[in-house]
Design a protein around this ligand. Structure first.
Ligand SMILES: Nc1ncnc2c1ncn2[C@@H]1O[C@H](COP(=O)(O)OP(=O)(O)OP(=O)(O)O)[C@@H](O)[C@H]1O
Ligand SMILES: [Mg+2]
Length: 286
C-alpha cells in the first residue's frame, strides 16, 4: 500500500502529453502463415495508431471517465499509464513520476482492473488476494478480513472464496480482480470496463466502492466504460475518444451542451457519443 503521507504534492494525479502508440499489424490474414512468421508475400498492412498524439490531465481526487467506440484506444491508453506498454512518443507521468523512467515507483501507486486480469487460476480468490496484499505490504490478518468483507459485498459467497479461480464464472473472476484493486488502496486506480458483464446489484456495489475509495482514501480514478449511465453517475469529467484521439473532454453537463437539443429534450450522454464518434468510419465507407 502506498502511504497517503508519501503522495507527492503535485496538482495532477496523471499527465499525458502527446502520447502516441502504434501497433504493427500482421501482413496476412492467414493464421498458418502468421504462425510460421512468414508474410506470404502479401502487402504490409498500415500500422494501427491506437493512441494518437493524445494529451490530458487528471486532477487529484478526480473520477475521470474515458468513453469511446470499440477499438478507439481506451485500453491501450490504460495500459500505457499502467506501464504495461511503452509509448512510441510523448510522456506520461503519475503524480509527477515518469512511467518509463520510474516504472517501479509508478507501479506501486497504481492498480489496474481489466477483463484480462492476471491471476493464479489454480489458487482460490483468498489465496490470490493474500498474495497481492503481501506484494502491496498489507498486513495479512487485516487483508483476510477486508477481502472477506469486499467479496461479500460483491456477492461472492463464503464457500466460493476458497475454490480454484479457474472454476469460477467470468463475472465472479472479475469481482476478485476488483476486490484485489480495492484491497491494495492504490492512489491511482485504473478501471478498464470494471462493470462490464456484472449483474446490476454487483454493478452498483462496484460504483459504491469507487466513490468510497475516492472519499476515504483520496484516490484518483480513471475509468473506461460503455455504460453511459455509469459514466454520468460517477465521473467528474469525461474524455470521449475516437480513433485514438480525444474528440471532447468536459463534465457530463458540459458534454451535453455540445449537442443541440432534439425535440426540446435535453440530449443524453448517448446522444453526445453518437454525435461525436464513428464519423471517420462512415466517411471511409462512402
Ligand atoms: N497488442 C496489440 N497488437 C496489435 N494491435 C492492437 C493491440 N492492442 C490493441 N490493438 C489495436 O489498437 C486499437 C485500439 O485498441 P484498444 O484495445 O485500445 O481499444 P478499446 O477502445 O479498448 O476497445 P474496446 O471498447 O473494444 O475495449 C485497435 O485497432 C486494436 O486492434
Ligand atoms: Mg478496451
Amino acid at each position: 500500500m502506498y502511504p497517503a503521507s508519501r503522495v507527492p504534492h503535485v496538482e495532477h494525479a496523471l499527465c499525458v502529453e502527446n502520447a502516441t502508440k502504434m501497433f504493427r499489424q500482421h501482413g496476412t490474414r492467414n493464421w498458418l502463415v502468421r504462425l510460421r512468421g512468414a508474410t506470404n508475400g502479401s502487402k504490409k498492412r498500415a500500422p494501427v495508431v491506437a493512441v494518437n498524439n493524445l494529451s490530458m490531465h487528471v486532477q487529484r481526487g478526480e473520477i475521470f471517465g474515458v468513453l469511446g467506440p470499440n477499438g478507439s484506444g481506451k485500453s491501450t491508453l490504460v495500459r500505457l499509464i499502467a506501464t504495461l506498454l511503452i509509448p512510441d512518443s510523448g510522456t506520461i507521468t503519475v503524480f509527477g513520476h515518469d512511467v518509463q523512467r520510474e516504472e517501479m515507483v509508478v507501479k506501486r501507486m497504481i492498480n489496474r482492473v481489466s477483463v484480462d486480469a492476471a491471476f493464479f487460476k489454480k489458487l482460490s480468490p483468498m489465496e490470490n488476494l493474500l498474495y497481492a496484499a503481501r506484494l502491496y505490504g498489507v498486513n495479512a490478518r487485516q487483508a483476510r478480513q477486508q477481502a472477506l468483507t469486499i467479496l461479500a459485498r460483491l456477492g461472492i459467497k463464503e464457500r466460493d472464496v476458497y475454490m480454484p479461480l479457474e472454476d469460477m464464472s467470468r463475472g465472479m473472476q472479475q469481482k476478485v480482480a476488483i476486490a484485489r484493486a480495492f484491497l491494495s488502496s492504490p492512489i491511482l486506480l485504473l478501471l478498464d470496463e470494471p462493470t462490464t458483464g456484472l449483474d446490476p446489484r454487483s454493478k452498483r456495489e462496484v460504483q459504491a466502492f469507487v466513490r468510497e475509495l475516492r472519499e476515504k482514501h483520496e484516490a484518483t480514478i480513471l475509468l473506461t466504460t460503455h455504460d453511459m449511465n455509469e459514466a454520468e453517475a460517477l465521473c467528474d469529467r469525461i474524455a470521449i475518444l475516437d480513433e485514438g484521439r480525444i474528440v471532447a473532454l468536459d463534465t457530463p453537463a458540459g458534454l451535453k451542451r455540445l449537442v443541440p437539443q432534439a425535440d426540446g429534450h435535453e440530449p443524453t450522454l448517448e446522444d453526445v457519443f453518437m454525435a461525436l464518434t464513428g464519423k471517420a468510419l462512415v466517411e471511409d465507407e462512402e
